[in-house]
Design a protein around this ligand. Structure first.
Ligand code: ATP
Ligand code: MG
Length: 639
């Protein structure tokens, strides 16, 4: 029996689930009516597996739903409370951003951007980033945002793939007090891309840049356009954006999202999960370069006319108190972050958050990786002071919005640390075995989605064939997310990590999340990663990497024994790692996720492949160094 916490908002709308269960199409049909449409749809869903079209025949515009609809009642309400890394701040109202977006939409038009064209956006976390996205959406251009930490090669590949004629960037962006020369990176990226006609440069840092014939300055362009640009009436399935996945499992995929279905999904889930109220101050820490930023920084809060905090820089800059300082300063009520960030905050100890007034908080969310129960409890107790429910949201770039989550806006159910609870209404999610048959409760298997949902990707950009093979070929007419899960006796779902990363030890299947959470529950451990490597005798053996909390001086031999004992008691002797390596860093993607495929490669002495999505190339070298040293000492001991 896992521990449960009875906490919620006391909301219980049983009707919603009943309606969704009886007919998911008419359920979503009802939800879509929460948006403003230019003309109604004739058909709720056109499902030609594996291609879904939602609200066929309806016309809509994302920018209109984000801005125009709020002008009468909220034009003086803050849309963005922006905090610069260097302490700058800006308060932008719904009225002001409406004007900026219309002007920038006219800028794009003046440069020849038309409906259906792709526009690449490579900007730091400044308000001009959502402004540029909403301006694209306004005229029907498909935006493709690239995280501002990517290199010239990554940009070149993505711009080449999407054939963007226009790139929007900045002279620089601030990261840990240094200036990242974004414009120089773009210059490098496009030297061979003749189809790129214009580069729009926002002056954020006043960093010195070289100006080429393709370059235009943001402010100069904005001075020469009108501040009125009516939103285009677009078909519901009009491509809103292309976004490349974070690349945890390999080469990033160009996920293509539509408009009407996607916005319906976001409008509903934002309300259900975050119970959004007019008075809330929402803060999602995700960079807009990732899907969480697209869905729950840009589109969902704007659809609801919410006020949000947007932060430019690194969460631990200039020191480990920055996040809590921001929460206190803006009186944040809803905070949405990642397990990786939480593990980092936890590593610094409780004194720092305890010295801030976090009493404005009412809801706490997490996304991106399985949250270790120990981290969940820390978030609940130290940050939420046991009065804020933890909303663990499972979803993917491909799903567009949350699919599994606690939804305190519509229901109160007991929480179990580490479980995302249940699917949202209107999706049929279950756990199956290799043959596609439902597994018994408490049995591990593959997560699958059995019906289309409104936020579902349209396809992979220019690659329908890959779309079919990656997501729709393992099981017939079932979406395969590639995650490993189990459903407990109460129907709660537990995400256990990537199916590709599953540890297969002597016929048993162990999820990486189970083993890692067990190690993280040791008081000295901050982070851990487990992976399997081939073994001549056993087929596969487990190796684990552990990062210790700050200031730990425990002897590694003692610690290793304690960890092994813990694994044996909590999971079973079968899950005992062959070796535990103590390292100072783990290799991660730029969105902060642990790259187990890389650890596996190191463990196998393989060449390390595409590392362009790594947070810090040095981490790989470091892990490899530690590993090599350990390998050497093991061999010497055997002599
Ligand atoms: P790629 O597809 O290129 O390998 P990625 O899967 O990391 O990259 P995302 O779409 O950002 O790219 O991440 C989605 C994945 O993140 C999910 O499939 C799941 O493995 C993990 N994930 C997200 N949220 C949760 C959560 N709440 N609990 C457990 N896992 C989660
Ligand atoms: Mg993925």
């Amino acid at each position: 029996m896992s521990e449960t916490f009875e906490i919620g908002l006391g909301n219980n709308d049983n009707n919603l689930r009943k309606k969704a269960d009886s007919d998911f199409e008419s359920f979503w049909d009802e939800q879509a009516k929460n948006l403003s449409w230019f003309s109604p749809w004739e058909k709720t869903l056109d499902w030609q597996p594996p291609f879904a079209k939602w609200f066929v025949g309806g016309t809509i515009n994302a920018s209109y739903n984000a801005l125009d609809i709020h002008q009468e009642t909220k034009s003086s309400k803050s849309a963005i409370l922006w905090e610069g890394e260097n302490g700058d701040s800006r308060n932008i109202t719904y009225g002001e951003i409406f004007i900026q977006v219309q002007k920038f939409a006219n800028v794009l038009k003046s440069l020849g951007v038309q409906k259906g064209d792709r526009v690449t956006i490579y900007l730091p976390m400044v308000p001009e980033l959502p402004i540029a996205m909403l301006a694209c959406a306004r005229i029907g251009a498909t935006h493709t945002v690239i995280f501002s930490g990517f290199s010239a090669t990554s940009i070149k590949d993505r711009v080449f793939d999407s054939k963007s004629k226009v790139i929007i960037t900045a002279d620089g962006g601030y990261r840990r007090g240094k200036i990242v020369p974004l414009k120089d990176v773009v210059d490098d990226a496009i030297t061979e891309l003749d189809f790129v006609e214009h580069v729009i440069v926002l002056e954020r840092t006043k960093n010195k840049i070289s100006i080429t014939s393709k370059d235009k300055l943001w402010t100069e362009l904005m001075n020469n356009v009108s501040d009125s640009c009516p939103a285009e009436k677009l078909p519901s399935d009009h491509p809103l954006y292309i976004l490349y996945t974070s690349g945890t499992t390999g080469k990033p995929k160009g996920v293509l999202h539509g408009t009407g279905g996607y916005l319906t999904h976001l409008h509903s889930t934002f309300k259900w999960a975050f119970d959004i109220k007019d008075s809330d101050i929402f803060f999602c820490t995700a960079d807009i370069g990732w899907v969480t930023g697209h869905s729950y920084v840009v589109y969902a809060p704007f659809l609801h006319g919410a006020t949000q905090v947007m932060y430019e820089g690194a969460p631990d800059f200039p020191d480990a108190s920055r996040m809590w300082d921001i929460l206190q300063k803006y009186k944040v009520t809803i905070f949405y972050t990642t397990p990786t960030a939480l593990r980092m905050f936890m590593k610094f100890g409780d004194d720092i958050p305890n010295s801030f007034d976090l009493s404005s908080l009412r809801l706490l969310g997490t996304v991106g990786e399985p949250i270790n129960p120990e981290v969940w409890k820390w978030y609940f107790k130290t940050i939420g002071k046991e009065k804020c429910p933890i909303i663990d949201t499972w979803w993917q770039t491909e799903t567009g919005g949350m699919l599994i989550s606690f939804l305190p806006g519509i229901e109160t159910i007991p929480l179990k640390p580490g479980s995302g609870t249940r699917p949202i209404p209107g999706v049929n999610i279950t756990v199956v075995d290799e043959n596609g048959d439902d597994v018994a409760p408490n049995t591990k298997g593959y997560l699958v989605i059995k019906n289309p949902w409104p936020g579902m990707l349209l396809t992979l950009w220019n690659d329908d064939a890959k779309y079919k093979t990656v997501y729709w070929s393992k099981y017939e007419n079932c979406y395969y997310p590639g995650d490993y899960a189990l459903k407990d006796d109460d129907g709660y779902l537990w995400l256990l990590g990537r199916a590709d990363d599953v540890l297969k030890i002597a016929g048993h299947r162990i999820g990486t999340a189970e083993l890692e959470s067990c190690m993280v529950s040791h008081p000295d451990v901050a982070e851990s990663a487990a992976c399997g490597i081939p073994d001549e005798i056993k087929g596969e053996v487990i190796i684990a990497f552990v990062v210790l909390k700050q200031g730990v001086i425990n002897d590694s031999n003692v610690l290793e024994k304690q960890l092994v004992d813990k694994i044996r008691t909590d999971i079973g002797a079968i899950a005992t790692p062959k070796q535990i390596y103590f390292v100072s860093k783990l290799p991660k993607t730029r969105s902060g996720k642990i790259m187990r495929r890389l650890l596996k490669a190191i463990g196998n002495n393989e060449q390390i492949g595409d590392v362009s999505t790594l947070e810090d190339g040095a981490a790989v070298t470091e892990v490899k160094q530690v590993f090599d040293e350990l390998q050497k000492s093991i061999k010497e001991n055997l002599k």
